[in-house]
Structures are given as C-alpha cells and as structure tokens.
Design a protein around this ligand. Structure first.
Ligand code: BT5
Length: 281
C-alpha cells in the first residue's frame, strides 16, 4: 500500500525513504562490472563494516562484495582510533577487493579509494582534496577517512577490505571535532547517499583497473591534481619526526619529504601523523 502511495504521490516520500541505502534501491542502477555485485550486506547497525566484511572475505565472499550500515557501534580508524558513525548521518561502507596486484602495491588502493570518493562528492559540488595518506578534506576539514586492511596469501594479496567513512550530514561528527571535521551538508544540500555510493563504486572500479594495469603511473596524474599534501610543508610525527616539503609519492605509496638540509625521507603510512605546518591539512 505504501509503495502504491509513493508511486502515485512521489512527494509523499519522506526524507528517510529518499535517503534509503538498502540494496534494492540502488543495486539495479549499478554501472560497474563487479563492485556492488557480489554479496551485499546492509543492516541498520554493525560493529564495523570492515570487521563484518573481513569475516565475509574469510568465508569466501567474492571480489566486489560490500557491507554498509546506518550506524557502527565500533567504527574504527587507524592505530586503534575510533570513528564516529551516528545513525543515518554518513556513508559507512566497506568494499571487498581481490585485486591482481603485487603485495607492495596494495597500499596504493587507499589512493584509489580517496580519488574515487573525491570524484564522487565533486560530482555533487563538494571541493574535496586528498590529504596523504588516507583523508579526504574540504576547506581544511576531514570529510572522509579511509581504512585499508590487507590480507596476504602465499601467492600474494588474498583480499583487501577498503572501508570509507564519509560524513554526509552535519550530525556525522561530534561538536568537539567541528574544527577539523566536515560533512557534505556543510557545503551543499546533501544528495541521497545511494547516489554517492553508485558514483564511488564506478570511480573505484575504474581507478583499481588502472592501478592493476599501470601501477602508480595509472593514477598519479589525478592524484597529484587532487592532493593537498604534495607541494606543502608538512610536519611528520610518530615513528619518524621531521618537517619539510612533501615532494612526491613513492611507488608503493610512501610520502617523500625533503627536509631543509636537502635530504629526502621516505615516510610510510600507518605509523605517522602528518599535519600541514599551518594546521590540520
Ligand atoms: C581514519 O582513521 O580516518 C579511517 C576511518 C575509516 C572509517 C570507516 S567507516 C566504514 C569502515 N568501517 C570501520 O570500522 N572503519 C571504516 P584515522 O586516520 O585514524 O582517523 C581517526 C580520527 O578521525 C579519530 O581519532 C578522530 O579524531 C577523527 N574522527 C573520528 N570520527 C570522525 C568523523 N566522523 N569525522 C571526522 N573525523 C572523525
């Protein structure tokens, strides 16, 4: 009956229905060959979409499977940090990849995800930039975080779970993070999350194909164009501590930083924090 009413009077659809993330509302509109076409799990609440998808991967889920939910009770960032994922406020999503890549190139998938999400939100008018290694920022504040988990087999990469937490509505981040966090709604009227999802999957599939074919060279030009780290002065803290100019990305994703004495340092993601000398970015 409700369906009939909605078909007859589309204006009656309430906001919640218009922002429905259940697979029936978007799966038939996929433009991808594989992403989003494997096993898809959607629930109101999950502990962490990365965690659930890893379990699915271990049970043999196919390349392109994904998990998404309305809220995570244990959303995770890097280095044991947590990720705020309040109900209905963001795109809390993980995609399973079984890519044809040598192990040393697996970290570059983070860049593919960052590029794909940047393009997806740019399609709706948000000026998103990539902050090395795993953040998407807009006007200096973090819009999306990416968590990559790689599982190796004897022959190489077994699977990769690429998790993205995109803040869509203003309620996605708590007030205490307002100085460093942002949402799509801070800049534009937010589109339905499923629309962002469809674009993200299409862009991600394209960037992964380029990475498989040509390595870093396949994505470097667009990465350089969208990076707000390259060419900036950065502070690196953690396992390494240094200040210098971020000059390039190395073949397996390291950030090359030239310190004032002219020496070039390879900074690996995962064990450092990088801040622009002038602030968060
Ligand atoms: C990240 O970690 O940025 C990776 C976040 C990945 C989240 C997605 S959601 C779907 C999938 N399932 C998961 O369980 N995780 C992935 P990191 O660079 O460590 O940044 C974490 C830091 O960002 C926290 O310590 C906070 O300071 C900040 N933060 C937490 N929630 C945030 C939010 N909603 N928006 C902006 N910043 C946030």
């Amino acid at each position: 009956m409700q369906n009939l009413l909605n078909n007859l009077f589309p204006a009656r659809k309430n906001k919640e229905q218009a922002d429905d993330l259940s697979p029936e509302t978007w799966q038939k509109r996929l433009s991808t060959a594989a992403l989003g076409r494997g096993e898809v799990r959607y629930a109101r609440e999950m502990t962490s979409t990365n965690l659930v998808l890893r379990e699915m991967a271990q049970s043999g889920a196919a390349h392109g499977s994904l998990c998404l939910c309305e809220t995570q009770s244990a959303g995770r960032g890097r280095l044991g940090r947590s990720w705020h994922s309040p109900e209905g406020q963001g795109l809390w999503l993980s995609v399973l990849l079984r890519p044809c890549l040598p192990p040393e190139r697996a970290p570059l998938i983070t860049f593919c995800a960052a590029l794909a999400m940047a393009k997806a939100v740019q399609d709706f008018g948000v000026d998103a930039r990539i902050k090395w290694p795993n953040d998407l920022v807009s006007q200096g504040r973090k819009l999306c975080g990416i968590l990559l988990e790689v599982s190796m087999a004897a022959e190489g990469v077994d699977y990769v779970v690429v998790g993205t937490g995109l803040n869509v509505r203003k309620g996605a981040y708590p007030p205490e993070l307002a100085h460093q966090a942002a949402s799509v709604e801070d800049f534009v009227a937010p589109p339905p999350r499923a629309e962002i999802l469809l674009r993200y999957l299409a862009h991600l599939e394209d960037f992964i194909a380029r990475l498989e074919r040509d390595g870093l060279a396949g994505i470097a030009e667009e990465y350089h164009a969208l990076s707000c780290t390259l060419g900036s002065r950065v502070n690196v803290t953690g396992a390494a501590t240094l200040t210098g100019e971020a000059i390039a990305i190395g073949d397996s994703g390291a950030l090359l930083v030239r310190t004032d004495d002219g020496e070039v340092h390879r900074v690996l993601a995962g064990d450092v924090s990088v801040r622009g000398v002038m602030g968060y970015v």
